[in-house]
Design a protein around this ligand. Sequence first.
Ligand code: PLP
Length: 381
Amino acid sequence: MKFNTKVIHGGQHHEKVTGAVMPPVFQTSTFAQVSPGQPVGEYEYSRAANPTRQALEDALASIENGARGLAFASGLAATDCLLRLFKAGDEIIAMDDLYGGTYRLFTRLYKDSGIRFHFVDMNDLEGFEKLINSNTKLVWVETPTNPLMKLADIAEIAKITKKHNVLFAVDNTFATPYLQKPLDLGADIVMHSATKYLGGHSDVIAGALVIKDKELGDELHFKQFATGGTLGPMDSFLVLRGIKTLHLRVQRHCENGVKVAEFLMNHPKVERVYYPGLENHPFHEIAKKQMIGGFGGMVTFTFKSGAKQDAISFLEKLKVFTLAESLGGVESLANHPALMTHASIPEDKRKEVGITDDLVRLSVGVEDAADLIEDLKQALG
Ligand SMILES: Cc1ncc(COP(=O)(O)O)c(C=O)c1O
């Protein structure tokens, strides 16, 4: 089945009793049993499994080409569940540019867990491989990264993790499976903030793991069931509905993303534009290799003046773009990473990786590109 068909039909079937084409929102915590331990159907309790969540999880597995999908109450709940595979003494190697919340989870929540985290430049493959030792259990990559649009070569990293028998997880939130399929490129696990492009309408907080190996998927399902960070039935319905138009939306996000990136690149007040589709992007060659069909709708830029105030007044003047956290919805959003989404990263670390105070991140939506560019023009003034 081709991807555009999978987003609509992958892992889906009509509801058994009524033939409903969309799975109903099974808004129930529990399911009747005929005798103790003998449920009427296949479900017992919604923390373990719920038919609406199951439909979403089957769709997730289908579009990412995995053996098992798991839907969580948020992207961070999904990452947290994955981290429960590890114990004191284990080491995790992560990319040096990550969503602020992921960084906070790794460095603050797991600070006293005994798990050691290394943050490295994943494009220095030799340096990264040298860090691997017998305690290394996971490599964690976000590509493209939030907010600096750095890329990591998934296929090359996978060769190394396979050689050393280390698990490899990819946060595929920015690219979506429409553009990039980490499991096909050799990764073991894909993570999503489904709050973003999968949901696609800024109306739900959700997360996902998709696992290539069925046994590991079952182990993670057990951890999810035992800790309880599952996605509710209504939210599962919303994400599933979002997935059905993922291909159409991401196509338009990509078209508009290119137009916005090119406009900004030619604007006299703009210093630097970070968009993997631009030929001068440092990771353009990797992007062409692993992002098939486009480069997404996320565009980050800085000001020639380097002034924080220029970024702030630009953001205050926007009319079509909304100044708000999050990304990946149909509507265009703008964000100041240093003051908003990445404020939890200490200032010196932010500066070290390049999250400067004049850096603005745009989530280019699916509106008419001319209106978006007009808005950017007036706000840059
Ligand atoms: C790349 C990336 N990963 C993970 C997350 C966390 O997801 P959630 O907010 O759904 O917990 C986000 C949220 O912005 C993100 O942008």
